[in-house]
Design a protein around this ligand. Structure first.
Ligand SMILES: NC(=O)c1ccc[n+]([C@@H]2O[C@H](COP(=O)([O-])OP(=O)(O)OC[C@H]3O[C@@H](n4cnc5c(N)ncnc54)[C@H](O)[C@@H]3O)[C@@H](O)[C@H]2O)c1
Length: 456
């Protein structure tokens, strides 16, 4: 008995002395009394959604081009801190026989757009620092909001968006276009039909050599942000679509995260090339890897690399008990094969690989329910990353038109974006595990399985 107690005491002491054994917890603010969650939230239908676009750089100007092609909405207002950008966009609208209210010239010009009664939805395409203040102001002034990715860079911002959305009863949507890529849409449908058995592991990434993009960003905002912050700063393109396939907060939830990164080998060189200045204290590692575990025992790997010439890659790999879907480097589906009964060291694969024309045929048989042939044709014609941007806009407007729950809610936004600060906390603590907060505050298994809403 005495020996057992001594052993238990020794184990407790060891855990206390070894910080790697303990999971770091962040603060979960209690839901204020009287406030309800936004799971499956339905707003009043809006027949013709007036959209106010804030930030008219690369993404915002693309949105102003696309949105007039989306049925059930119109661009009601535009805003950029740079007056020439706003004027240029207005001229382009006028060339198409359209017009919009214009707000520009000051950092807080967006406030007047958020107060404009012709605006129902504020569509935010600014640099990262301005996303959240604009979104909060918009919801406080009775508007739904849609935020470019990554929508929030800190845990505090994630909680502010969740709480403000819950309190004001306004949608807060993350504009994660990669959830609407043709491969991701189809693989998600296959997963939902059970073709891969149970999805037990998934990988997603943002590998994008930004050499040619760095100098294009307004005021060098992106490289400045990378220079000041460690962690995965852009997780959602890879992470969002796989969270949908894993039914995150639709029957499962993220519980723990650990991260590791390289030193910033290239970051300071890019900084010098763009600004002409040295940055000896550059924070962001060139490659950051984050691993997560879910309550149901599934695992996820997310990677971020915008600094090396590695080919563009979002990984998007779903690993199931009976099958696999992978988008990069080659689109393929793998299923179990009966095999030949022989072991061959020339061909190590024991799986049935479906790719090329055969894959196209299979994908046509498992189309996403949201992807009608008409929508696919229009999306490819209007474009935006091959059409996925258009499908994203179309679905958001469709749900607002019919008063339906959004495909991506405020909890998706918070879960996908919290990786940034949580990975930083893990990195700054020697890759210690960090608890992923439950942004639904207990409602993560009320809905079972990811689904899209349709009008009756
Ligand atoms: N989903 C995607 O595929 C994708 C691709 C690229 C960028 N993005 C995201 O889109 C956002 C914008 O990126 P970008 O490449 O268009 O950047 P950008 O630098 O080209 O444009 C940013 C614009 O915001 C404006 N702006 C800054 N502060 C403002 C304020 N207070 N009020 C009004 N306007 C303001 C700037 O003048 C500029 O025109 C970022 O969040 C980025 O991460 C998403």
């Amino acid at each position: 008995m005495k020996k057992t107690l001594t052993l238990i005491a020794a184990a407790i002491m060891l855990a206390a002395c070894n910080p790697a054994q303990t999971v770091i917890k962040t603060k979960v603010p209690p839901r204020p009394a009287g406030q309800q969650d936004m799971i499956q939230f339905r707003a009043e239908p809006i027949a013709d959604v007036g959209i106010g676009v804030v930030g008219l750089g690369d993404r915002g100007s693309g949105a102003v081009y696309r949105l007039p092609f989306v049925p059930g909405c119109h661009v009601a207002a535009i805003c950029d801190v740079v007056p020439e950008r706003a004027q240029h966009m207005l001229d382009e609208l006028k060339d198409r026989g359209l017009t919009a209210n214009v707000y520009s010239g000051a950092e807080d010009s967006y406030k007047a757009l958020c107060e404009d009664p012709s605006v129902d939805l504020v569509y935010i395409c600014t640099d990262w620092v301005h996303h959240v203040p604009i979104a909060l102001y918009a919801m406080e002034h009775g508007k739904h909001v849609a935020l470019e990715v990554p929508s929030a860079e800190t845990l505090e911002a994630c909680w502010d968006l969740v709480n403000t959305s819950e309190r004001t009863r306004k949608h807060c949507v993350i504009l994660e276009n990669c959830c609407y890529d043709f491969f991701e849409l189809t693989a998600l449908q296959m997963a939902r039909e059970g073709m891969f058995g149970e999805i037990i592991h998934a990988e997603g990434a943002y590998h994008h050599n930004l050499d040619y993009y760095w100098p294009r960003y307004w005021n060098n905002w992106r490289l400045e942000f990378n220079s000041k912050h460690r962690g995965d700063l852009y997780p959602t393109h890879g992470f969002g679509p796989i969270c949908q396939a894993l039914n995150i907060h639709r029957g499962d939830r993220l519980t723990t995260l650990v991260a590791m990164d390289t030193d910033p080998f290239n970051g300071p060189k890019h900084y010098k090339a763009v600004t002409g200045k040295d940055c000896p204290d550059f924070q962001g590692g060139d490659v950051t890897m984050t691993m997560l575990r879910t309550a149901k025992g599934k695992t996820i790997l997310v990677e971020h690399d915008v600094m090396t010439p590695r080919p563009y890659d979002r990984m998007y790999q779903l690993v199931g008990t009976d099958g696999y879907a992978g988008k990069y480097p080659t689109e393929q589906i793998c299923l179990r094969s009966e095999g030949t009964g022989r072991i061959s060291y020339d061909d190590l694969g024991g799986e049935l690989v479906i790719e090329g024309e055969e894959l196209e045929k299979l994908m046509a048989e498992h189309r996403s329910p949201i992807l009608t042939p008409e929508l696919e044709a229009l999306a490819k014609k209007v474009g935006g990353h091959g059409g996925m941007d258009f499908i994203m806009d179309y679905r958001m407007v469709y749900c607002l038109n019919h008063g339906l729950p959004m495909d991506m809610d405020v909890y998706d936004l918070a879960e996908w974006c919290c990786v940034t600060e949580l990975s930083r906390i893990s990195l700054q603590n020697g890759s210690r595990p960090v608890e992923v907060p439950d942004f639904t505050r207990g409602a993560w298994d009320r809905v079972q399985g990811f689904d899209y809403a349709f009008a009756e």
